[in-house]
Design a protein around this ligand. Sequence first.
Ligand code: AMP
Length: 226
Amino acid sequence: MNEETASKAPTALILFGPPGSGKGTQAKLLREALQVPHISTGDMLRERIALGDPLGRQVQGLMQAGRLVPDEVANRLVDERIARPDCASGFILDGYPRTIPQAEVLGRRLEEYGFEMVVIHLKVDYTIIIKRIAGRRQCPVCGTLYSLNSNPPKSENVCDHDGATLVIREDDQEDVIRERLEAYDRQTRPLLEFFAGAGFSPREVDAGLDGPEAILARIGGLLGKG
Ligand code: AMP
């Protein structure tokens, strides 16, 4: 993605799609390209679980079961995060909003702050997702995601950036993946129509095949046209 594309980047970029569609991977690439913060509610919640604070203890069971945490929890995390100065020139949202009430809260907040909203929909077939998540590994220190098939670490099971041993997320077990896909169908997918109805038609990207860089280029093309 060139600088011209980056300078035209939308202010609040929402990466939307089912679990395993590559939102986290694309968000990290876009963060580098656009030089804006990457906000992942999933990562923020996992940090709180690792800390073992009251919020972490509240959400741990839900997350391990592949269910969504309460809207108020997700809304509060994002509200606090986007109010910080480093978000003033834009940010990337990954995994939020996931329900219509969350989208309503976010929409009001973005309007209040004067952010433009652009929704990118990463489309992937569920059979590909299940295979993809089964091969997924994450660095517990920096959060980098690897795929044993398409994007393995340079040394087996070790993070390229900090040498930490990679882990399988608890909610990446197959039965939990199915539950997460169901939660997506029931609670999150309806947002596509909601966004369109609110005048923010999602821009679709085929994210099923090809590597992360090729998908990033497709997103860059869409943003360039924006
Ligand atoms: P992710 O890493 O985005 O796939 O999120 C992992 C898990 O965190 C989800 O399965 C939910 O349990 C929880 N979570 C993350 N973001 C949200 C959100 N916006 N609303 C509700 N639950 C969330």
